[in-house]
Design a protein around this ligand. Structure first.
Ligand SMILES: CC(C)(COP(=O)(O)OP(=O)(O)OC[C@H]1O[C@@H](n2cnc3c(N)ncnc32)[C@H](O)[C@@H]1OP(=O)(O)O)[C@@H](O)C(=O)NCCC(=O)NCCS
Length: 203
């Protein structure tokens, strides 16, 4: 039987510039705005943009606030400089058997784009994945037209493993999807860390 992965820490995860908190019902209007933003949808979702009513979103958001679930963890990202909620970070499709997950980050507030918050959030998300819930492999996907996300992923040390050719149809044409992953030893090697393995007693 699979050993469940560690229960996620619900205390804020904190870096130098951002902190992660669980999704909060009090922030529903900000999340609703980002959820219905066509440009964000184009950048971070394969599902075509469709306006969602507040009522339908509220039902869904309430369920998301009930996380953590075993297979999906979503966090709010707050800028420490002014405590503003600036986006969300998530690990999804978490496999307790194979210790892998897919990750994504959305800086929803455009005022905070291009200021290092994506990278700072990614650092915390990877630390959470590899140090707190003991993942071995973290994957990410990029759309061909989204070079900023691709550059960020490559900058974090992810390896491109393949291409889903013509995977996405947008703007009247097909686009490739890039498939990337980072393994735990690669993550530690980049940081100059060595994982502490439990010592084995000689027989
Ligand atoms: C993509 C996104 C996460 C990047 O976050 P960000 O805070 O704007 O990026 P940062 O300032 O931390 O930059 C980190 C790296 O990303 C890349 N990058 C960021 N903006 C870029 C741009 N406009 N063009 C090219 N590369 C860019 C660069 O490699 C940059 O490294 P550098 O500063 O050393 O050049 C953010 O713009 C975003 O959330 N966009 C909307 C949602 C989305 O696309 N999510 C990703 C898919 S789930």
């Amino acid at each position: 039987m699979d050993t469940p992965l560690p229960v996620p820490d619900v205390t804020p995860l904190r870096g130098e510039r951002v902190k992660f908190t669980p999704l909060r019902m009090e922030n529903i209007h900000t999340h609703f705005r980002w959820n219905n933003d066509p440009e964000l949808n184009r950048l971070d979702s394969e599902v075509p943009h469709e306006e969602e009513s507040f009522g339908a979103f509220k039902d869904r958001f309430e369920r998301m606030c009930e996380e953590p679930t075993p297979s999906n963890r979503t966090f709010e990202i707050h800028a420490l400089e002014d405590e503003t909620l600036i986006g969300v970070a998530y690990a999804t499709r978490i496999s307790p058997h194979s210790h892998h997950a897919k990750v994504g980050i959305t800086i929803g507030d455009r005022d905070y784009w291009g200021r290092g918050y994506g990278r700072a959030s990614f650092e915390i998300l990877l630390s959470y994945c590899f140090n707190q819930i003991d993942l071995h492999r973290v994957s990410a996907e990029t759309f061909e037209y989204h070079t900023a996300w691709r550059d960020l992923i490559e900058g974090m040390g992810f390896t491109r493993e393949g291409t889903a050719r013509d995977h996405l149809r947008r703007d009247g044409r097909y686009w490739d999807k890039g498939l990337y992953a980072l393994l735990e030893p690669e993550y530690r090697a980049r940081r100059g860390e060595v994982k502490q393995e439990p010592s084995v007693e000689a027989a």
